[in-house]
Write a protein that binds this ligand. Structure first.
Ligand code: GAL
Length: 415
């Protein structure tokens, strides 16, 4: 009898989900770039995992650096060297499909989606982003928004400026701010310039033009795309000179401490401002879609997958179950500054910024981010960092357009 009792897996019902506890042991290595300031939400998710699987020792392997600039390089070496972590952070879209899936480095998770009822739990457009005809390749944890303009309402009032709805409006108020000794737009290192670029491009090209670029239907040398670089160059005139040495958090800090008026950053900036700096959304800081992009939600999604050859596969599958669960998502996202990828999250757990993001996610036109892996694979993204470097140094739109076209051809986007 005793044997039978001990052999029975302890099953606990938690908010509609059934968790199998205590049956796993050994290690679980989770790889991401959510270190330091960015690590609060991940730690909460790991705590949840550890409470469900106390026999497993979680190794939280992080490589710091916003947007994964450093982590992705380390991951590449590990994956190509046959030394994958048990599960790793990867953006839904081409970063996953066009980088790791086409190289047969990920396990198909269709069976897990069926078993957990996830085919109905996530929006179908999001499932499309993580799927090919051969399978479903990762578990989405969240939805972040790229095209957001951040500011401090009290400071704008003090300086007598309004929130710009278009880049032309921004360019009109920028000299006024400069005269007051305020930097109009805070910027950080290379990838944050590309992050700004994608919002500027969206405002010039609109959602259809943006999508056409990634389908190879709009050339990077088209006059409309050159116009993006021209406008981007004019905006850069109003950014801080020390941008190349600043992290995204330091650029946000400039807005918070009143050195700068605005910053375009993804909504992990909201997570940083409320979870790390303790600011209240809507009171201590404000937000609006980046100029010229009202009604458009440029999305990205952090997901976790199962690499082929994961050393602790069972523990990794248990991790993926937590990542995809309602409890997991509603534990992680209110701290991260993102909304749940699932359609059934409990919005009462989310603050006013996140509730507004959730409403926009449901009603806006959705497009995918370049810098955060949705529309292009890593080969293009790496190349684009070089294009940006060239533009930042020379400010030559024509040259940047031709360089971007070349890498679009190399990475299979353009013909
Ligand atoms: C993005 C990622 C976000 C956040 C951000 C800044 O690529 O999706 O979750 O970590 O980088 O590092």
């Amino acid at each position: 009898m005793r044997k039978i009792v001990t052999a029975v897996v302890v099953v606990l019902s938690l908010g509609g989900l059934v968790w199998a506890q205590g049956s796993l042991s050994g290690e679980l290595e989770i790889f991401s770039w959510w270190a330091g300031d960015e690590g609060v939400a991940l730690q909460a998710l790991i705590d949840l995992y550890e409470s469900l699987y106390p026999g497993v020792q979680v190794i939280n392997a992080t490589v710091a650096g916003g947007a994964g600039i450093n982590a992705k390089a380390v991951l590449k070496t590990r994956m190509l060297g046959g030394n994958p972590p048990d599960s790793f952070q990867v953006h839904a879209g081409q970063e996953l499909i066009g980088t790791w899936v086409i190289a047969h480095r990920m396990e198909d998770l269709t069976w897990l989606f069926q078993q957990e009822g996830w085919l109905d739990a996530f929006p179908s457009g999001l499932i499309d982003l993580i799927s090919t005809e051969e399978g479903i390749w990762s578990v989405p944890l969240n939805i972040h928004r790229s095209n957001v303009l951040w500011y401090i309402p009290e400071n704008l009032e003090k300086w007598g400026v309004q929130v710009p709805a278009t880049w032309e409006e921004f360019l009109q108020i920028a000299p006024v701010l400069q005269e007051k000794g305020v930097i109009p737009l805070a910027l950080g290192r290379n990838w944050t310039a590309s992050h700004l670029w994608e919002s500027v491009a969206l405002s010039v090209l609109g959602p259809d033009g943006w999508e056409a670029l990634w389908k190879g239907e709009l050339s990077f040398t088209d006059p409309k795309v050159i116009e993006v670089w021209d406008l981007f160059g004019r905006i850069l005139e109003y950014t801080n000179e020390d941008a190349p040495s600043l992290s995204w958090q330091q650029a946000v800090d400039m807005v918070v401490n009143g050195t700068a008026a605005f910053n375009v950053m993804g909504d992990w900036a909201a997570g940083y401002m409320f979870a790390t700096l303790g600011l209240e959304p809507g009171v201590d800081f404000g937000w609006t879609p980046s100029p010229g992009t009202a009604g458009i939600f440029m999305m990205l999604s952090d997901s976790f997958g199962l690499p082929v050859g994961a050393p602790h596969r069972d523990n990794a599958i248990a991790w993926l179950k937590v990542v995809g669960s309602r409890e997991g998502q509603d534990t992680f996202n209110p701290l991260k500054g993102s909304i749940a990828a699932r359609v059934d999250s409990d919005l009462t757990k989310y603050n006013t910024y996140l509730q507004s993001a959730a409403a926009d996610w449901r009603s806006n036109t959705i497009v995918g981010s370049l810098v955060h892996g949705v529309v292009a694979n890593e080969r293009f993204m790496d190349g684009f960092a070089t294009v940006m470097e060239i533009f930042l140094a020379g400010r030559n739109s024509q040259q940047a357009a031709m360089a971007a076209e070349a890498i679009a051809i190399q990475s299979g986007i353009a013909k």
